[in-house]
Structures are given as C-alpha cells and as structure tokens.
Design a protein around this ligand. Structure first.
Ligand SMILES: *[C@@H]1O[C@H](CO)[C@@H](O)[C@H](O)[C@H]1NC(C)=O
Ligand SMILES: *[C@@H]1O[C@H](CO)[C@@H](O)[C@H](O)[C@H]1NC(C)=O
Length: 300
C-alpha cells in the first residue's frame, strides 16, 4: 500500500486520482447511453428540430376526416364482412370512410398486365396495384389536397386523429406519401422531424395505411405506371432511387388485423401462416369495439 502511495505521491493524490477515474467512467457511461451518442453511429442521425422552419408553408389541413380531404378504403365488393368492420371503426373514430371498389384478379386489364409484366408478381398483387392506382385517380378527380388510403383489414390507435394532427405541421410541405403504418420495422432509423414519432422513411413498405398528397398522387401514377413486383416493394425501390418523398410514423399508429378465418385476398398463404392476432397497438380501436360490444366478428 505504502509503495502505491509513493507511486502516486501520497494518500490525497491517490484519492484524487480515484475520484477522477470515477468521474470519467460516469461521464462516459452517460455519453454512451445518450440518444445523441447512439444516433451518431447511425448513418441518419436523429436530429430533433423543435420548430418547423417552414411553419407558414405547411401541409394544408382539410375540414375532411382527420384533416384529409378523404379517407379512402379499398374494398373488394364481395367482402362486405370487412366493409362492416371498417364502418364500425369509422363510427368509433367519428370519421367518414369513402369506399373504393378493389379490382379483382379476373379484371381484363389485370389479366393482360399479369401476362405481360407479372413475372415477379402474382395476379392478386397486380390487382392490388391496380386498386391503389384507381384511388390516386379518384383523388385527382376529387381534387384532394391530401387523402388517407386504407386497405380494409386495418386497425388503428383509438387516438389516431390527435396523433395525426400533432405530426402534420412537421411534415415537410413537399411530401408525397406519409406511412401511418408499415412493416419491416426499420423506420425508427430515419431522421426525426420535429415530432418524436415523425421520421424520414427508411424502408416504407406495406400499403395498408398511408396518406398521399396531391403531388404524390400524380407522382405515384407516373412512377408506378409499370411495376414488376408488388406495389409496396416498387414504392420502396422508387423511394430509394430518390423519386418519392416519403415519411413514416414510428411506432406505427395503424396495423393489419390478421385473422385465421379471414385471410388476406392479396397474400392469403402468408397471413394464414401468421395466424390470428392483432397488430401491436397501444390502444387498438378494434379491441375497444370488441370490449364495448360494438362489433361482433363473424370469423372469431
Ligand atoms: C370476377 O370475380 C368476382 C369475385 O370472385 C366475381 O364476383 C365476378 O363475377 C367475376 N367477374 C368476371 C367478369 O368473371
Ligand atoms: C423480375 O425480377 C428480376 C430481378 O429483379 C428482373 O431482372 C426482371 O427483369 C424482372 N422481370 C420482369 C418481367 O420485370
């Protein structure tokens, strides 16, 4: 002990050195665990900008449902079971959904397209693509500034409207698409934009709940005019090529309901494998409907 004290020049100096090392360790612990340090490792750092510099130039808010001009729901006419469920969700949220007929695989255009370009996509995927393209057409016909597009198997956070309204002012005004739901779980890596849940998209995939701006609808009609794979993979690829401006909500505020007895029309095998169960939402509208006896599933 005395030789160590000699080495560091006395007891007081030794204590000072130990205290200094303690301070150094504590500081590095907090530095390593702080979010800013973590994001520095990432290619896209999470810069939190508290005020939107283009505050007077933000996305217009409509008097329509949730501040969009329309909320469109793509629904195949024979799936009235889903239409009924979506109506129950709309009523619970106090908004209006506008149903747009989905396109069937036996549609002549879909059949021709699948034959010509469908090497990497199935007929249901081509029909799904055509259905979304029809909604962009409807948006333009209705002169929508922005619209929310839903597939008919979604669930949502009970307070989705408040959350959308909190994030909307931070959305850059030149946005094309805004994914309120997505899959593949990479969106948290995207830069944060003024609201902790609003991110620059990383891998925007799954088209069950996304908003589109008027400019976005025109662009999507253009860049998706010919696709060689599922629509969401094409959107993701065009985004990576820099052709679309896309933002995501993370964690997602919508999810897909996956029921054993009520498979997807686009991808029945995959969903059947996943079995039943709800998307992981904090406070699901669908669960509220069940609990409050406002909806009885016929596939339960
Ligand atoms: C296409 O399929 C749907 C659903 O199975 C059916 O209701 C419709 O009659 C079919 N249309 C044609 C032209 O075969
Ligand atoms: C299918 O995908 C492959 C690989 O990405 C691509 O090379 C090919 O051109 C695609 N086929 C069609 C018909 O688009």
């Amino acid at each position: 002990m005395s030789s160590i004290q000699d080495l560091f020049g006395g007891r007081r100096r030794l204590l000072a050195i130990i205290f200094f090392i303690y301070l150094l360790l504590t500081a590095s612990y907090y530095l390593i665990n702080s979010p800013t340090f973590l994001s520095a490792e990432d290619t896209k750092p999470n810069t939190v900008v508290l005020a939107n510099p283009e505050q007077d130039d933000v996305t217009p808010v409509s008097n329509g449902p949730m501040g969009f001009d329309h909320i469109y729901v793509i629904n195949l006419p024979h799936r009235d079971d889903r239409r009924i469920r979506m109506k129950a969700i709309a009523d619970y949220l106090g908004v209006t959904f506008t149903f747009v007929d989905g396109v069937y695989t036996n549609d002549t255009e879909v059949e021709m397209y699948t034959e010509k370009y469908g090497a990497n996509s199935t007929a249901p995927q081509v029909a799904c693509w055509r259905s979304h393209m029809n909604v962009y057409d409807v948006m333009i016909k209705n002169d929508d500034q922005s619209a929310l597009i839903l597939e008919d198997d979604i669930d949502a956070e009970a307070n989705i409207e408040r959350r959308v309204n909190e994030m909307r002012p931070h959305l850059p005004k030149d946005w094309d698409a805004w994914f309120l739901g997505h899959c593949h779980g990479k969106e948290w890596r995207g830069k944060v934009l003024g609201h902790p849940n609003l991110h620059v998209a990383v891998q925007p995939q799954c088209t069950h709940a996304y908003a589109v701006s008027r400019k976005g609808a025109r662009k999507l009609l253009n860049v998706l005019a010919e696709i060689d794979r599922a629509i969401d993979k094409t959107i993701r690829n065009k985004y990576r090529e820099g052709q679309l401006k896309i933002f995501s909500v993370q964690p997602p505020i919508t999810g897909q309901l996956r029921m054993r007895g009520n498979p997807s029309d686009v991808n029945p095998g995959a969903l059947a494998l996943k079995g039943s169960g709800q998307a992981l939402l904090e406070d699901s509208v669908y669960m509220r409907l069940l609990k409050e006896g406002l909806y009885k599933p016929d596939d339960a």
